[in-house]
Structures are given as C-alpha cells and as structure tokens.
Design a protein around this ligand. Structure first.
Ligand SMILES: Cc1ncc(COP(=O)(O)O)c(C=O)c1O
Length: 349
C-alpha cells in the first residue's frame, strides 16, 4: 500500500523493453542518434505543431533550464507558493537563471489566478529596485492534485503576454492533467499560450526522462548550450530517446495516466465514506489530499500504508492541530487491490 509518490513505482515494461532494444550495437553520442531525433519528431506529432524538444533526466533540471531561457538573473518568475520550483528544488531555478527571483503566491487549491498575478504585478513599481517580472510558471497538474483548464492557462497568458512576460508550464504530471481534463496536448499548452513546457515522463512510466519543450521557437536558441552547461546533455542520449518513443507510442503515456487518475477517484470515493475524513480539493489528476485525525493517520501507517503528511500551509484554519493533511499519490503501477485494502483499513477506523 504505497501511496507516497508516483516515483516510488518502477518503469513500465514497454519502456524497459525499448531500452533493451536500443542497447544493440553502437549509436552516435550526445544526441546525434536516431532515437533522440525521432523523439523530437514524435513530440511534434503529439502536440500537433512545430516545436523544439530537449531531453533531460530530471524534472528539476527541466524546470531550471527551461526558466533560464525565459528570464535573466534580474528577472522574477511568479508561481504558486507551493510550486516545486519555489520550495522543492533547493534554489536550482535561481542557480540556472543566474539569480532570478522565484516569487511564490499563496492561493487556494494549488492554483494562482490572473487576478492574483495582476495584483502582484502592480507591486512592481520601483523600477530596477525590483526584479523585472519575466515569466509565470503554472504547475499542471498542480502540487495539490488540481488542474488548470485550457481557458485558465489562456487567461494567464493573455494577462502576461502584453507585458512581455513568458508562460512556463511545469508538466511533471501533464499526462495526468490531460487525462483528467480530457483535452488535447495542444489545447492545454501552445494553443493556450504556453511558451515553454517541462514535459514529465518519469513519474508516469519512464525511467529518468523529461523534456524541455519550446513552442516559442526563438526561446530555444542557445538552449543546447544551456543544457550542456547544466550537465544535462547525455552522451548516451539514445536511451532517453528510446524511452520517449516507447512512452508516447500508442498513447502509453495517456493510458498510464488514465489508470492512475481512475485509482485516485476510487480512493477519493472510498475515503469520502469515512466520517472522520474531509477532502478539501477536487481530485482532478492522480493525487488525493485528505484531512484526517492524527490518530487514524498513525494507525494507518502502523498497519503498513505509506503516504505523507503534507504541508498544510494552504489550508489555514481548515485544519485542526490534531489533524493531518495527508497526501496520496496514485501511479500507473499502483495495484488496484492496494486501494481496496487501504480503504478496508480506513473503514476499521
Ligand atoms: C510538480 C513537480 N515538478 C517537478 C518535479 C521534479 O522532478 P524530479 O524529482 O525528477 O527532479 C516534481 C517531483 O516531485 C514535481 O512534483
């Protein structure tokens, strides 16, 4: 019963198989191989547009490197207060951007709104004494298991574009967002005004694979240098390309995400039956957050379940001192019976 994260699970067998197949013979190094080239072509097909895609090995690297193309060191990137770039990456975005300010705004449900961003931008009145607002970063699906719909992404883009700012999307769980929203990759990204996307695959079936995707092509200029300098140009890049091809083939990525999301809804429905549990946010992807008494939390952990006591910052008074804000993450590989076994434990109280 492991709901600690989606990255506690392994690699999808089709991705592993593709790695073994790519292991035959020799291949040009540093991205000159056919797998890497085909992966970029496949991503163009998936997103239905021209784009530039750069494969990297972690979401943290994808975010920091992507943002480095969007802002100089004197810039500011506005995001949610609990965004991964703000609180989970040990200042890596600041390092890669050469010092840009990552400005996290507290907001309900893991989502910032154009109104909140507009209000924040009004505070930048001191010229060069403030950092220059250069980008907004939206995490989709969010850190709280909610999603930005295409119209919400578009509204943000429409606010910031006339101000010369760029829109980044942290898509560590974009497959889950797409599956939850039932929209196309194009609708959620470039058609809604996203300029650069950190396209996650690791959490949803790959081994170690993310892509930095630029829809705004001039942003990709010199990105190869940024990636190299960041230590993210793999000499054996064929293994990244092969993972990406298998991940996208026959919509494996979306199938995996749909399964994880379906299990999240099953868990949510079961948890809702327990009188002592409240679910404060809509479950729109593969994560469930539940407020529960600490006693119950401790008993569930003692019974062998694995899940986290998450940060309750965004909940304010909605959580009592003897309660826990528990996070459950469902994966493409979470056994269905684990959800049922866990719900039986919850029902026992
Ligand atoms: C929303 C989000 N972005 C980025 C990352 C970073 O990914 P990685 O752990 O591969 O660096 C994570 C990982 O948990 C995440 O949840």
């Amino acid at each position: 019963m492991n709901f600690a994260s989606d990255n506690v699970y392994g690699v999808h067998p089709k991705v592993l198989g593709a790695l073994a197949a790519a292991n035959e013979g020799t291949a040009p190094s540093y991205g000159g191989d056919v797998y890497t080239a085909q992966a970029e072509e496949k991503l163009k097909e998936v997103f239905g547009c021209d784009l530039r895609a750069f494969l990297v090995t972690s979401g943290t690297a994808a975010n920091g490197l992507a943002l480095s193309a969007l802002t100089p060191g004197y810039g500011a990137v506005i995001c949610h207060a609990e965004a991964h770039i703000a609180v989970d990456e040990c200042n890596s975005p600041e390092l890669f951007t050469g010092g840009a300010k990552i400005l996290g705004l507290p907001a309900q449900g893991g989502k910032i709104t154009p109104a909140l961003v507009e209000k924040t931008l009004k505070g930048f009145i001191r010229g060069e004494h403030d950092p220059k607002p250069k980008a907004v970063s939206l995490t989709n699906a969010t850190e709280l298991g909610t999603c930005y719909a295409p119209h919400e992404v578009k509204a943000m883009s429409e606010l910031i574009r006339p101000r010369g700012m760029k829109l980044h999307m942290d898509g560590a769980r974009i497959a889950n967002a797409l599956a939850g929203l039932g929209v196309t990759p194009a609708e959620l990204t470039w058609k809604a005004g996203v300029d650069a996307l950190s396209f996650g695959a690791t959490k949803n079936g790959a081994m170690m694979l993310e892509a930095v995707i630029f829809f705004d092509l001039p942003l990709a200029e010199d990105f190869a240098y940024r990636r190299m300098r960041g230590g993210q140009l793999m000499s054996k890049s064929r293994y990244l390309g092969a993972q990406m091809l298998a991940y996208l083939e026959d919509e494996l990525w979306l199938e995996n995400a749909r399964r994880a999301n379906r299990l999240a809804l099953r868990l949510r429905d079961g948890l809702r039956q327990a009188a002592a549990i409240r679910i404060p946010n809509p479950v729109e992807a593969n994560e469930v957050f539940a407020i529960m008494p600490r006693g119950l939390y401790d008993r569930l952990l003692a019974a062998g379940a694995k899940f986290y006591d998450w940060m309750p910052d965004s909940l304010g008074d909605a959580i009592a001192p003897d309660e826990v804000f528990a996070r459950f993450v469902l994966s493409f590989a979470t056994p269905e019976e684990d959800v049922d076994d866990f719900l039986r434990l919850v029902a026992k109280g």
